[in-house]
Design a protein around this ligand. Structure first.
Ligand code: PEP
Ligand code: MG
Length: 590
């Protein structure tokens, strides 16, 4: 280990303390060396190419096994990439370029990939045209192996257990794959607390710090590092004393988590008798077990777009049907709210990657994407409706911004229902259809929406982003991004009032729902159904039991008079101090 200790402060994105050795993933900065060869260097260069192809194939083969373990079924994108790499024409063409043009392997790879890419771009067939991104991916993998580096998806060959990934940014898909390996923590320079990579890290219970500016330049592969996902700190090259302190904290946190787990079956009712329903958010079907183990009473949000992670072929009706119906095998007859595909934005998966969006958060995302791709949408709807025969399933529509979108979506659901009946398929007589309230326009017309939907789920992650015009994944505007802003509180109150007037159930499933410090505001506003990452469930349930709903209502009255986010934060903090006493420290520590 070389270099002095350095402490970085980022955004605590997923709690837990981990120490281990740095592995840099530096894909964004990949430079391609270019040089001409002497005649006697050519054979050596072609051997390097052969070795790089073999290593890339071996890595992708290992990835397939991982995807299989992660419950991702069917032929994967990884398999398609491995096939491309194994294609002898690819090797022959790159080797030919090395020999005839006397250029190094990296340079030859970029030339050949560029040529294949332009050939694909010219074909009329959309499917083939979209294979351009696969060619790019294969080229990237080869370049990384030639440079002896791992890319954004280091699918095997990680060093010993205890590896901590340090990257500029990571896609949510990479986070899923990394968490399935021996990676113990994630550190990124980009990202915010509610970016999907952070959400995935929390769901899979792997400590993460995001928005850690400068860490990539300061860290070296193999450096020792301590990641504190609660405090949001990254201690690079720690001293013995640092390590001892973090070990003690880690021991204490683990003891507390175990104690809390003992209380998981206690009801989530306030000290003055108001009952809440605490549900779990999931990204992968295997997380259903975690929700149940943590004391969750339902699945409040299943983000189905993660079905697309690591696949080449789009899921078909049977894939959807089997995935959703199996959830009931695990969770019995408890309610399961399944959100239709929220593709786009940050969640662009290989199977769908085509035209990049100039402004993804405001582009063809979620319900917009589905309505523009009816085959994709109706295939999922058919799987969803059929799965409703197995238990109380609710369909949730993401990013609704107008009544028209809700109507179009409902028409599609009705048509798919007719079509299924025609095919003799059975499904529940009535499958509730809900609207996610996460776009300001939807909040302003919540009364109209209530007339035509069965329930609401508030997505504060996006609602805060769109209300405050602060990108949820951009660490630079993290200081603006806050659910405590008076505008957010007003929006939440408007939602509760309109939903109650029309007797529509309303749950809240953004990350704010799992934050014990935000909890008194939610209880005081009248929210009674909260859905969150599984790991947030036990501490949240305990916090519910420590509060009184009547006191929370008074807090909300006071907060309604506050004019700035800072005032709301201060009021809430003082409230928790006054009402919880010493227990507040513990709550704030989580
Ligand atoms: C939200 O926006 O709050 C939400 C729950 O959905 P996602 O985080 O997947 O955008
Ligand atoms: Mg959202």
């Amino acid at each position: 280990m070389t270099g002095r200790p350095r402490l970085f402060r980022g955004i605590g994105a997923s709690p837990g303390i981990a120490s281990g050795r740095v592995l840099l993933l530096d894909q964004g900065r990949l430079r391609v060396p270019r040089h001409h060869l002497q005649a006697d260097q050519i054979d050596h260069e072609i051997r390097r190419l052969r070795e790089a192809i073999d290593a890339a194939v071996a890595q992708l083969d290992a990835a397939q096994a991982l995807l299989h373990d992660a419950g991702v079924e069917s032929r994967s994108i990884v398999e398609a990439h491995a096939m491309m790499l194994k294609d002898s024409a690819l090797f022959a063409e790159i080797a030919g370029a090395i020999r005839s043009q006397q250029i190094n392997a990296e340079w030859a790879v970029t030339r050949v990939v560029g040529r294949w890419r332009s050939l694909f771009a010219q074909v009329a067939d959309t499917y083939l045209r979209e294979r351009r991104s696969d060619i790019d991916f294969v080229g990237q993998r080869l370049l990384q192996h030639l440079g002896g580096k791992l890319g954004e998806l280091p699918l095997n060959g990680l060093p010993e257990a205890g590896t901590i990934i340090v990257a500029h940014e990571l896609s949510p898909v990479s986070a899923v794959l990394l968490a399935r390996q021996r990676v113990t923590a994630l550190v990124t320079e980009a990202g915010g607390k509610t970016s999907h990579t952070s959400i995935v890290a929390r769901s899979l219970e792997i400590p993460a710090v995001v928005g850690t500016v400068g860490v990539l330049d300061a860290a070296g592969n193999g450096d020792l590092v301590i990641v504190d996902g609660h405090a949001g700190t990254v201690q690079l090259r720690p001293t013995r004393a640092h390590l001892e302190r973090s070990r003690q904290r880690d021991d204490r946190d683990r003891r507390r988590a175990l104690e809390l787990l003992e209380t998981r079956s206690l009801p989530a009712a306030t000290a003055d008798g108001t009952s809440l329903v605490i549900a779990g958010n999931i990204e992968l079907p295997i997380e259903v077990t975690t929700v149940v183990q943590r004391g969750g009473e339902a699945i409040g949000l299943y983000r189905t777009e993660f079905l697309f992670a690591g696949r080449a072929a789009l899921p078909d009706e049977e894939d959807h049907y089997r995935t959703y119906s199996r959830i009931f095998d695990e969770i019995g007859d408890r309610p399961v709210t399944i959100r239709t595909l929220d593709l786009g934005g940050e969640k662009v998966f290989a199977a769908l990657r085509n035209d990049p969006e100039p402004n993804p958060a405001l582009g063809l995302r979620a319900i917009r994407y589905c309505l523009a791709h009816p085959e994709l949408f109706t295939t999922q709807l058919a799987g969803l409706l059929r799965a409703s025969a197995h238990g109380p399933l609710r369909i949730l529509l993401p990013m609704i911004s107008s009544l028209d979108e809700l109507r179009f979506a409902r028409e599609q659901i009705a048509e798919v229902g007719d079509e299924l009946r025609g095919r003799g398929r059975t499904f529940a007589d009535r499958v509730p259809v809900g609207v996610m309230l996460e776009v300001p326009s939807a909040v302003l017309i919540v009364d109209h929406l209530a007339e035509e939907c069965d329930f609401f789920a508030v997505g504060t992650n996006d609602l805060v982003q769109y209300l405050l015009a602060a990108d949820r994944s951009n660490a630079r505007v993290d200081y603006l991004y806050s659910a405590y802003h008076p505008a957010v509180l007003r929006a939440l109150r408007a939602i509760i009032t309109a939903a109650a007037a029309r007797d529509r159930p309303v749950s809240i499933c953004g990350e704010a729902a799992g934050d014990p410090q935000f909890l008194p505001l939610l209880i005081g506003l009248g929210f009674r159904q909260l859905s969150m990452s599984p790991s947030a469930i036990p501490p949240l349930k305990q916090a519910v039991r420590q509060l009184r709903a009547a006191d929370c209502e008074r807090l909300v009255e006071a907060a309604a008079q506050a004019t700035t986010q800072r005032e709301v934060v201060a009021l809430t903090r003082d409230f928790l101090h006054a009402n919880l006493g010493p227990a507040y420290r513990e709550l704030a520590d989580r």
